[in-house]
Design a protein around this ligand. Sequence first.
Ligand code: GTP
Length: 429
Amino acid sequence: MTVLQPIVASSPLPQRVLLVENSRAYVQAVAGAIEQKLELPVMVASTLAEARTLLDRHEDWFLALTGLVLADGDRDAVVNCFLERGLSTIVVTGVYDEDLRERMLRRRVIDFVLKNTPGSLDYIVWLVKRLERNRRISALVVDDSPSARQHTAGLLETYGYRVVQAADGDAALHALERDPTIRLAMIDQEMPGMQGVEVTRRLRALRARDRVAVIGVSGSGDADLVARFLKSGANDFLRKPYSREEFFCRVSQNVDQLELIGSLQDLATRDFLTGLPNRRHFLEQAERLVPKLRTARRPMAMAILDIDHFKRINDGWGHEAGDHALRAVAEALSGHAREEDEVARFGGEEFCLLAPDLEGEALDQYFDSLRQRIEDLAVQTPGGELRMTVSIGVRTAAAGDDLHRLLAEADRRLYLAKAGGRNRVVASG
Ligand SMILES: Nc1nc2c(ncn2[C@@H]2O[C@H](COP(=O)(O)OP(=O)(O)OP(=O)(O)O)[C@@H](O)[C@H]2O)c(=O)[nH]1
């Protein structure tokens, strides 16, 4: 099955946000925005003592957002309380003091946000969302200098990224081939052997711009270097020495853009209601897959599956319950499909499945157990438990079958399954 899902970490990541703030109005605004827009649980403390109690009571902490002036502590004492526990910390304060701000940022506080400035609430929500997502992204740091590499890696880790380090171009390309979760590469130019521009060029041959963002890095004064990086496929460039804030802005902007491309691709290839690949995407994949399987002389089956009397479900249970039913069928279909299958919502209440390497009894069993799986579904709706059946038409590819014929024949057999009484699979005739 085509993998369109974002990469998901194997164990659940901590989600809980601690908001330490004594202004009730501000608590409401920030906690409300984080809970509603990001769906992260927020716990609120107005003193350091309360914050400590909460931290001791729960384990799954992701982030602390804290003011600097509390009844039982201020400034460094507040920040220490969270940093000492290794908790990612953002300072949100009305106190503007440049020295304090610099000191906090040096201490690995993620950011120092001035509250009550225009756009600060939106910025906080964006920042928390970025940090939350960063935890599922691996960043590759390529630099031959261990200290420079460690410095960049440390910054990326502060912002939540998982970091993979490489001391030269070959190791970088090798790491990229092995690890599909790498979505960002920071590549230094000055390295013995393969230089950064060349690493970038070769990396692009392995991963397109919609998969990995590349940021070239150099301390050289060479005026042409930026253009050489960009022409070789880099998305951006950072000149050393850079400030921590510039680093974070450029990295975040590039990762944001990558995600935007991903969501646009999703919109174009995925069915909005069920999350399954849509008809267009299915046809594009099948156009490639069918001739490939035929050349390899591998058997393949095309199935079209249609929910029985779906109009009655809509009319009797309401359109929303109908949507629930469609999602449940989509889930059952995805759960049933094997890695090598292609599935899609073809439109309306019709789904499609292209399954290689199935013949004879195995094929009959495969589709009948899918039919049964859907018959066994009990969809919970506000109006009660909804049950349904499907009819399935299956065409096993014969010599000379192209995609068009496979679909037409599967559709004809679907019609036979409906005419024969529904809730059945027709794979011949
Ligand atoms: N809830 C919901 N209904 C949809 C959606 N897309 C199409 N439909 C409905 O699906 C129904 C399809 O009904 P028909 O094609 O007449 O067939 P049927 O009732 O499924 O009956 P048979 O296929 O003959 O068993 C129509 O009522 C459409 O409005 C959708 O996204 N959500």
